[in-house]
Design a protein. Structure first.
Length: 143
């Protein structure tokens, strides 16, 4: 297994476990499985827990990816952050769509639906981070 893949598996897996843990704690103990009403908008508890978990796992995931996994990228930090945000935004939309479908229409338990959803998105995330967010310059093969 290439070292970068191993590092991504360890860092990404750890961040994923943290994300699921924060989701579970948020859903069950912070939100108490109740709607989060902010006055101008209300979130169902499984969606509010998704946002809470995102606020924790996003910065940690970026820092691990930048400084542990994809260390050879020569892109500027702000470019990496912007690209990372784009990819994570797509992942968040996919998570939202899958959670909404699995929880509200297929009656999955929210934490199980979140784990299932995360498993689907991992491959897309790795490939997009490797080839887009933390892209490395290709070596020239001149003779």
């Amino acid at each position: 297994m290439p070292i970068r893949t191993f590092r991504y598996a360890v860092c990404g897996g750890s961040n994923m476990l943290l994300d699921i843990f924060v989701y579970y704690i948020s859903y069950n103990f912070i939100l108490h499985k109740e709607i989060l009403d902010l006055g101008f908008i209300a979130f169902k508890p499984h969606i509010a827990a998704l946002w809470i978990a995102f606020c924790i796992s996003f910065p940690i995931g970026f820092l691990l990816s930048k400084y542990v996994v994809f260390t050879k990228s020569e892109l500027r930090g702000r470019v990496q952050l912007f690209r990372y945000l784009l990819i994570v935004g797509v992942n968040l939309i996919l998570n939202y769509a899958f959670l909404k479908t699995l929880v509200e229409y297929m009656n999955f338990y929210p934490t199980i639906a979140r784990i299932f959803t995360t498993c689907i998105i991992v491959t897309f995330s790795f490939l997009s981070q490797k080839h887009f967010t933390f892209k490395e310059r290709k070596e020239s093969h001149e003779i």
